[in-house]
Write a new protein. Sequence first.
Length: 89
Amino acid sequence: PPPTTVQWTNITLRNIRVRNPKQSPGVIYGNPQKPMQNVVLDNVVVSHPGRRPWGSEFYKCEGVRGAAVHGTSPVPPCFNGSSGLQLFV
């Protein structure tokens, strides 16, 4: 994991489209001892995501506090999916 001396905050990925990836959308990985804060996926859409290697969760997601808003799909398992912005402090 990333070192606990680093604090990642207020990161937004917005208006991203990924079409027909061969594998799962990805990894969102912070340090569980000092999680990334206020990470927002805003209108990030992966169409027809692969299920390998992360299965039906689609993401490896750990050490992150974030929100998925405005149609983001699929929502990473460690994010709150909502129609409004929900951030953690």
